[in-house]
Design a protein around this ligand. Structure first.
Ligand SMILES: Nc1nc2c(ncn2[C@@H]2O[C@H](COP(=O)(O)OP(=O)(O)OP(=O)(O)O)[C@@H](O)[C@H]2O)c(=O)[nH]1
Ligand SMILES: [Mg+2]
Length: 196
């Protein structure tokens, strides 16, 4: 897809603020700091449309990015950021759950994990939650630039096996630094949206 005019639309903290135009939503899920907001910027070739930070816990609300009026990328806060106050963690958890449970517009979940580490306990909880939701999803092993390029494919296979031993969930490497992986993910998204 060639994205022409992506727009930030709204930061929502409650369902009544979600967009009402019925466009399909592709949602980014993963632990704090794994690169969800950066993923959106990379895919749409914008440096700063989605706010990113080297400090975990940057995204605290549900941000909707309208991609050429054809779908939304929905950027969720990350989980597992222990420096957030307990109250804030609970509130963020509530935003995430409320959105994932109630939002019929979700067509695809993009689940990001860090290519350098085994999935965390929270990643496994989230994986099981997504499976039980029955929503289509893909796994991205992000920050692939942090390991040798020759090790990427094998590492992705190992991580996929750990989360998804049956091997039925499409799993790709990704990197917002090393942009070579972007085309395969766009191809998946384009094909996926065309089948809707
Ligand atoms: N090396 C490398 N760094 C990355 C990559 N993607 C994101 N980062 C960096 O990781 C940090 C966190 O990125 P964000 O995109 O803000 O992460 P997030 O998942 O949105 O984090 P929260 O909003 O806290 O949930 C930033 O310093 C990014 O520059 C990547 O592919 N490679
Ligand atoms: Mg973010």
């Amino acid at each position: 897809m060639i994205v022409k005019d992506p727009k930030f639309e709204i930061s929502a903290v409650s369902p009544k603020q979600y967009p009402k135009n019925g466009l399909p939503e592709i949602v980014l899920v993963g632990k704090s700091n794994v690169g969800k907001s950066s993923f959106i910027n990379t895919m749409i070739n914008r440096k700063k449309l989605a706010r990113t930070s080297s400090t975990p816990g940057k995204t605290r609300q549900i941000n909707f990015y309208n991609i050429d009026n054809s779908f939304y990328f929905v950027d969720l806060p990350g989980y597992g950021f222990s420096k957030m106050s307990k109250k804030e963690q609970e509130q963020v958890g509530k935003f995430i759950e409320e959105y994932l449970v109630s939002r019929h517009e979700i067509v695809l979940i993009i689940f990001l994990i860090d290519i350098r580490h085994s999935p965390t306990a929270n990643d496994k909880l989230m994986y099981n939650y997504i499976i039980s939701s029955g929503l289509p999803f893909i796994i991205l092993a992000n920050k692939a630039d942090k390991i040798a390029i020759t090790k990427v494919d094998d590492t992705v296979k190992v991580l996929q096996k750990e989360l998804n031993p049956i091997g039925d969930i499409p799993t790709f490497p990704f990197s917002s630094e090393r942009k070579i992986y972007k085309d395969d993910v766009w191809k998946f998204i384009d094909d996926f949206l065309n089948k809707q």
